[in-house]
Design a protein around this ligand. Structure first.
Ligand code: G6P
Ligand code: MG
Length: 218
């Protein structure tokens, strides 16, 4: 029986994926790396330095900069990103998600957050959702980011549940791989061809309810 839920943040709870895109794209243009839809999709769920490496690689510039320069680029991107998210309010919670989290709390399910983002505590606070979760995995303590299973393993530990009693919610292929590797039930939100490895697929957040999940689990 399912007893808990591990939530990705960007693209699942709120549409901050679009702000990551704006900020990375701006940096890519500064570095003269061509931006493509494929590059954009592949960055979802990938941590900050990992995303920078993928952008540099896409432009054939993986050996063009020192570590100190790369850290400068990542910090510059983050400053831009933090500016873009500074005005978030509870109105920026994606459709249906506030009601779903309320439903989970009312019915005694436990929920945790498995986001690669170091900005996650700030964002949850802006959205008024901090108290809705048992806990948040601190991505600074991970050995490997998504698609490695570690973050979703830790999210189940926070819930104090075995992985098979946990559903992980994700909008990124790297995140679905992490959930599957952790032995949890994977719920993909978005393009079902991109998220083909998910156990359950939902087109958008508005469809995510306990009743709809139960119907798909049968
Ligand atoms: C999430 C997003 C990624 C982002 C990562 C790190 O996984 O999907 O696009 O790169 O978090 O976010 P941060 O806020 O720490 O740079
Ligand atoms: Mg995401």
């Amino acid at each position: 029986d399912i007893k808990g839920f591990a939530f990705d943040l960007d693209g699942v709870i709120t549409d901050t994926a679009k702000f990551h895109t704006v900020a990375w794209r701006h940096l890519a243009e500064q570095l003269q790396v061509t931006w493509t839809p494929e590059l954009q999709e592949s960055l979802k769920g990938i941590d900050r330095m990992g995303s920078l490496e993928m952008i540099l690689q896409a432009g054939g510039k993986e050996n063009a900069y020192t570590q100190a320069e790369k850290e400068g680029f990542a910090a510059w991107k983050n400053e831009h990103y933090v500016e873009l998210i500074s005005d978030l309010t509870p109105d920026d919670i994606l459709p249906g998600i506030a009601a779903f989290i309320q439903e989970l709390n009312d019915k005694g399910y436990r929920a945790s957050v498995a986001s690669a983002s170091k900005n996650a505590p700030f964002i949850l606070d802006r959205l008024g959702l901090t108290d809705s979760f048992v806990g948040i995995v601190d991505p600074a303590t991970l050995h490997a980011g998504k698609p490695d299973p570690e973050i979703f393993v830790r999210a189940a530990e926070i819930l104090n549940l075995p992985p098979e009693q946990v559903i992980g919610l994700e909008d990124a292929a790297a995140g679905i791989a992490s959930i599957n590797g952790a032995g949890e039930v994977s719920l993909g939100i978005g393009d079902a061809t991109v998220l083909a490895a998910a156990d359950l697929n939902f087109a958008n957040t508005a469809e995510v309810t306990l009743a709809n999940i139960a119907a798909k689990l049968d």
